[in-house]
Design a protein around this ligand. Structure first.
Ligand code: GUN
Length: 278
């Protein structure tokens, strides 16, 4: 029988721990403030931003909302980011991605002050992760490490195969698994003999952005499978990059979609906000 890794339960535990820490910080006269910027009104982004603000409120983090119109120029957004960089009341800045086409995402990310980059996207924070020094780490991969840790799944010495090489998930995921002493293989769209590699994984992290891409034929019997994808299927139901029904019986543990990795991303964002004042 396989274990379903309950991201909702684990994220709730983390949020309750953080709530306690924030209460203690407040007792010392310290408050935490996150600025959340959304450009345009993409429905999925609105849901994510709403959930992030809700989690902040639960924990006791103040959030400032900036909802900018779709036609916002790059200059306007950069001006706002610079203003928030200079504002001592603001501890963290989050610019929800994706941004509209007229705005250079990379330029915006690199303009956020690294010490307020609670998403961990700035190259200074990515570099810190790479060389093992202190910095913010991208929330989704950090959440996955926490899911594994709190589920009692050992990483050290395990063959960890990461499917996907994005800046937000695949690359930082690989670095974090390496930091935890995993043996890491990164696979991507140009990888040859993909199944040969994924079938060697003790821990398989799937972040390919394709609904149901991974079925049982990609999985070694008893592997741990982490599904980062989130999509709507033809019946408008949420589904992941992994075909859960086919894959799950061959795993020892697997994350569901929804209720697996997703809630952890938000828990880790609030974790990064709390560490911004410690
Ligand atoms: N869009 C999708 N995931 C994320 C995330 O973790 N942070 C931000 N800022 N935007 C996203």
């Amino acid at each position: 029988m396989y274990q379903i890794i309950d991201g909702r339960k684990i994220s709730q535990e983390i949020k309750d721990e953080l709530k306690q820490q924030v209460a203690e910080l407040k007792a010392q006269g310290k408050s935490i403030c996150l600025a959340v910027i959304q450009v345009g009104s993409d429905p999925a982004s609105s849901v994510y931003v709403g959930n992030k603000k809700k989690a902040c409120a639960y924990i006791g983090i103040e959030s400032l909302s900036y909802e900018l119109p779709e036609e916002t120029t790059q200059q306007e957004l950069l001006d706002l980011v610079r203003k928030l960089n200079a504002d001592d009341k603001v501890n963290g800045i989050l610019v929800q991605l994706p941004l509209p086409g007229q705005i250079d995402e990379e330029k915006v990310i690199q303009t956020i002050a690294p010490e307020k980059d609670v998403d961990g996207f700035h190259e200074k924070n990515v570099g810190a992760l790479c060389v093992g020094s202190r910095g913010y780490v991208s929330c989704t991969p950090l959440g996955i490490i926490e899911l594994l840790r709190r589920s009692g799944i050992e990483i050290a010495g395990k063959h960890c195969v990461v499917l996907g090489r994005s800046n937000i998930v695949g690359k930082p995921m690989s670095l974090l698994l390496l930091r935890e002493n995993g043996t890491v293989t990164i696979c991507h769209s140009r990888t040859q003999n993909l199944k040969e590699l994924t079938r060697q994984a003790d821990i398989l992290v799937v972040a390919v952005g394709k609904p149901g891409f991974v079925d049982d034929s990609y999985i070694k019997e008893g592997a741990v499978v982490i599904d980062v994808g989130i999509h709507r299927d033809e019946n408008n139901r949420l589904c992941g990059d992994v075909d859960f029904e086919k894959a799950a019986p061959h795993t020892s543990a697997i994350t569901p979609v929804p209720g697996g990795v997703g809630p952890m991303t938000i828990a880790m964002l609030t974790n990064n906000c709390v560490s911004s004042v410690q």
